[in-house]
Design a protein around this ligand. Structure first.
Ligand SMILES: *Cc1c(COP(=O)(O)O)cnc(C)c1O
Length: 426
């Protein structure tokens, strides 16, 4: 029996009502868990480095990393140590009190970025909520704008709360959840003329636009890198008007792009930026970082019970320090180049299916032809059968976002498994 057939049989066994004790029982799972996710028939139970194992003991090379989240991969000794130490010492208290680990992480973030102040929450959506609230308050108190507007981009992704699905310029995430939150307007990404026209129209005879919220590279929207010229023009427009530039770095921040922050690829600095995914290496933490001049929050303006607790901050700080100590940003650059070369070779070999590759550092997309007979999800499934985990970024792009500790050998293996997957369905 070939490996691919074995995997396919094991995937079938996983969803079979007769699943035995050893195989995870997806039927019981689906009976009890709300079906908000279209899950692959795969249950993971163990991980080490860039590898994970399913409940049947089968090994996969993990180029998803919890969607660009497991910065240090799985079971990293630094994380094991930080988690153990912090849970023994103190794991949660309230923001009624000073939390030393929160101060240390904020200090690290502000020392290593253009920002001066940080607020901690638990997810990317919450970080963007905080940024939207800060920008609205800034518009009210600093610019006397009564109905502040936030401009975002088509094909963007900013989260799943009501304000952040509204900010997200993709109608499929908003359908059936109206009324949406007022105060948002959408423009095409990487199109400065369109943005400028929108600002002029919204502002009319007095300023209305509080902020422009953009991803430095659109992750969920198809691994679309921001255009350097565009972002520099946006920065200049914001400087001229007093509009705040908010960058959503939730997916690209913390070394993923081969720079510590996504904005470094664009040669500009935001007024506010948001973090989550990679910041804690898989521990749930989000952050909003802003320049001192934007910090208009006062006690009582914003809060989170779990936000910035000793546990998540202690672990996130260890993750950030390890990123620097082990030169993982350089690794993201080098491994990223190797990966893009490998993907480009696949594109050359299968021109009817794949049109090319795009991305920065270790966030990369294999871009399918518009008229390809398969969608990204078909390739994701075929790769899974070969023992490689990858994730779609929309129907036309296969996204590869491995842990930043990935080795040259693992990149080589991933490219070869992906090629076998494509060969199997081509
Ligand atoms: C994942 C993501 C979010 C949402 O983060 P959650 O932690 O799921 O709330 C927001 N913005 C971007 C760019 C993301 O990739």
């Amino acid at each position: 029996m070939s490996l691919a057939t074995k995997v396919q049989n094991s995937l079938k066994a996983l969803t079979s009502p007769k699943a035995n004790d050893r195989v995870f029982d997806a039927v019981t799972f689906d009976r009890a868990v709300m079906k908000t996710y279209g899950r692959f028939p795969l249950a993971l139970e163990r991980g080490q480095g860039c590898r994970v194992w399913d409940t049947d003991g089968r090994e996969y090379l993990d180029f998803v990393a919890g969607i660009a989240t497991c910065t240090l991969g799985h079971g990293h000794p630094v994380m094991v140590e930080a988690v153990t130490q912090q849970i023994q010492k103190l794991h949660h208290v309230s923001n009624l009190y000073y939390i030393p680990e929160q101060g240390k992480l904020a200090h690290w973030l502000t020392q290593h970025s253009c920002g001066d102040k940080a607020f901690f929450c638990n997810s990317g959506a919450e970080a963007n909520e905080a940024a939207i609230k800060l920008a609205r308050k800034y518009a009210h108190v600093k610019r006397e704008i009564e109905n502040p507007m936030v401009i975002t981009a088509n094909a963007s992704f900013h989260g799943r709360t009501l304000a952040t699905i509204t900010a997200t310029g993709q109608p499929k995430y908003q359908k059936n959840f109206n009324p949406l939150v007022p105060g948002f307007h959408y423009v095409p990404y990487n199109d400065f003329e369109a943005l400028k026209a929108a600002v002029t129209e919204l502002d009319g005879d007095r300023p209305q636009v509080a902020a422009i919220l953009l991803e430095p590279l659109q992750g969920e929207g198809g691994v679309n890198p921001g255009d350097r010229d565009y972002f520099q023009q946006v920065r200049q427009l914001c400087d001229e008007t007093g509009i705040l530039l908010i960058l959503d770095e939730v997916q690209v921040g913390v070394g993923r792009t081969g720079q510590l922050w996504g904005y470094e690829n664009l040669g500009i600095e935001p007024d506010i930026f948001t973090l989550a995914k990679g910041l804690g290496g898989g521990i749930p933490i989000g952050a909003m970082v802003c320049k001192a001049a934007c910090d208009v929050f006062e006690p009582g303006d914003h809060a989170s019970t779990f936000g910035g607790n000793p546990f998540v901050c202690g672990v996130a700080l260890a993750v950030c320090q390890t990123l620097m100590r082990d030169r993982l940003i350089e690794n993201a650059q080098t491994r990223g180049e190797e990966l893009r070369k490998g993907l480009a070779a696949i594109a050359e070999k299968y021109p009817n299916l794949v049109s090319g590759t795009r991305g920065w550092g270790l966030i990369n997309g294999l871009v399918l032809n518009a008229d390809a007979p398969v969608k990204s999800i078909d390739i994701v499934k075929a790769a899974m059968a070969q023992g490689l985990l990858v994730v779609p970024a929309g129907p036309g792009v296969v996204r590869l976002v491995p842990p930043l500790i990935v080795t040259a050998d693992e990149v080589k293996t991933a490219v070869s498994l992906l090629e076998q997957a494509i060969a199997a369905i081509a």
